[in-house]
Design a protein around this ligand. Structure first.
Ligand SMILES: Cc1cc2nc3c(=O)[nH]c(=O)nc-3n(C[C@H](O)[C@H](O)[C@H](O)COP(=O)(O)O)c2cc1C
Length: 218
């Protein structure tokens, strides 16, 4: 069987940490791959109209149809999301909702192999912060479970609060730099997280690619 692994990034930031982590997972599979950045597509959330019930095709005439065709053609995928306001980003959520059209009667999502990359600015496990990565990870995991997708793993990647690069991160009263990293934190002391600088994340992304291969029986 000819496999295709689809990489989907919910991050709108050009060449973002999320993008690069997803692309590293794709490359590590050693299989034919396709990468899509959801911000390049026009994608509404599901309208819950059930117009897809008999046809497994969404009635919304946006790019969701093309994305559903790509998703259907892939035997495995990696979904890269980030965590605005401590939960799954809206584009990744809309993507998940729109794959609902493949579900009815035929269960076309069943048997697919799925992995997730979650980029977060909240240090996972920090007791004073909301569990952003855990929340987004659970959202993706429950979606996979409900669709009959085989989940092979989730990697969490530390990203950057946007205030790091806005130019006002040390002065702004609403700065996420101090909110996430403590009252004495500065843009300089926190620094910029770049995927690839941390060998552990690189290793984890490559391992996720290998896990996809194993789950595909390769
Ligand atoms: C509007 C907005 C709100 C955000 N809120 C949070 C948040 O509550 N918790 C968090 O961990 N990160 C938050 N972030 C930061 C993103 O998780 C961070 O930008 C992520 O690292 C993006 O990854 P990227 O480099 O792949 O684009 C927020 C980002 C935006 C744009």
């Amino acid at each position: 069987m000819e496999h295709l692994v689809l990489g989907i990034s919910g991050s709108p930031v050009p060449r973002s940490n999320t993008d690069r982590a997803v692309q590293t997972v794709l490359t590590a599979t050693g299989l034919p791959t396709k990468f899509v950045k959801l911000s390049d597509y026009n994608l509404e959330p599901c309208r819950a109209c059930l117009g897809c019930l008999e046809t497994n095709t969404c009635v919304v005439a946006d790019d969701g149809r093309e994305l559903a065709e790509m998703f259907r053609a892939a035997s495995a995928f990696v979904l890269g999301a980030f965590t605005p306001y401590s939960s799954l980003d809206a584009r990744s959520k809309a993507f998940m909702e729109r794959m609902y059209c493949l579900r009815h009667q035929t269960g076309l999502n069943r048997g697919k192999v799925g992995a997730a990359v979650i980029t977060t600015a909240c240090q996972p496990g920090a007791p004073q912060l909301p569990p952003a990565a855990e929340t987004a990870g659970a959202q993706i995991a429950f979606w996979m479970m409900e669709e009959g997708i085989t989940a092979v793993g989730t990697m969490v990647l530390l990203g950057n609060v946007p205030c790091i690069r806005c130019g006002h991160g040390d002065q702004c009263e609403m700065s996420g730099v101090r909110m996430l990293h403590g009252p004495d934190a500065t843009v300089e002391s926190v620094g910029v997280q770049t995927f690839g600088d941390d060998p552990a994340s690189l290793t984890e992304a490559k391992a996720l690619g290998q896990q996809i291969r194993v789950a595909l029986g390769l």
